[in-house]
Design a protein. Structure first.
Ligand SMILES: *Cc1c(COP(=O)(O)O)cnc(C)c1O
Length: 240
């Protein structure tokens, strides 16, 4: 009996931690917004819930979080079907071609488009009964060989091609920069992304989303104009 009681206490404690974490991250977002008077848009907080349990997602939802990001289709599908809540689901992982169909049927957003071929697959399998799929083009801002994303040179031509895919709406850019510990260095790379983004907007591309910033760098990202941040560890704790 005693051990059941302690397990219950422990679970309760975990859940409290998640709601505290959501509150703390929201407060930090608020502080970053005020740190820069030019910042007036709102920030969407996405809980990056890969390899976290459905119970933890439920707790975060209870604490007010309404956007979740998943990286692996199979894991995500199980959560989306079983959650019995209706948050906005973002796909933020690498897209394997053969999984594009299912991804475009299950998700509201896909942040990791980096080729016309994948975009076309998502477009062709988006059910016409659903709203168009929101997408971000992933930009490989540090030109890392091992990382997904288009290079800054290829970005505009890809975005130009995507406007012919009627079941997709290109909302903006997504980046995962290299790990940098110093906020000044973090801001420098996010500013580079912001400049590329506004260059496109000024040319007439209808974009409204900058998906950048994770647990270790979201403060810097917000100060450089992020509109969506994807936060995992700071909300759910370390991944298994
Ligand atoms: C895992 C992941 C995140 C969240 O990372 P944390 O450092 O845990 O906040 C954000 N974006 C993407 C694409 C991820 O895969």
């Amino acid at each position: 009996m005693a051990s059941v009681y302690w397990v219950f206490r422990l679970l309760k404690k975990c859940n409290l931690v998640i709601s505290d974490n959501v509150k703390r991250v929201l407060k930090e977002i608020d502080e970053c917004m005020h740190a820069d008077v030019g910042n007036s848009h709102s920030i969407t907080l996405i809980g990056a819930s890969k390899s976290q349990t459905i119970e933890k997602i439920r707790e975060a939802y209870k604490a007010g979080l309404r956007h979740f990001g998943e990286n692996y289709l199979q894991e995500a599908e199980e959560k989306i079907i079983n959650l019995e809540l209706n948050p906005t689901w973002h796909f933020i992982g690498a897209i394997q071609s053969r999984k594009a169909k299912k991804i475009s049927q299950l998700f509201d957003w896909v942040h990791t488009v980096d080729s016309y071929k994948v975009a076309e697959k998502l477009n062709d399998s988006r059910p016409s009964s659903m709203n168009p799929l929101n997408i971000c083009v992933q930009l490989n801002i540090d030109n890392e060989e091992t990382k997904s994303g288009v290079s800054p040179d290829e970005l505009e031509s890809l975005i130009g091609e995507l406007k012919y895919l009627n079941n997709l709406i290109v909302r903006g850019l997504m980046v995962i920069p290299m790990q940098r510990d110093d906020e000044y260095e973090q801001r420098k790379v996010f500013k580079k992304v912001k400049d590329i983004y506004y260059n496109l907007v000024n040319k007439g591309y209808d974009l409204d989303t900058l998906s950048m910033g994770m647990s270790s760098d979201f403060a810097a990202a917000i100060k450089e104009g992020a509109t969506m941040i994807r936060v995992g560890t700071s909300i759910f704790g370390l991944r298994e």
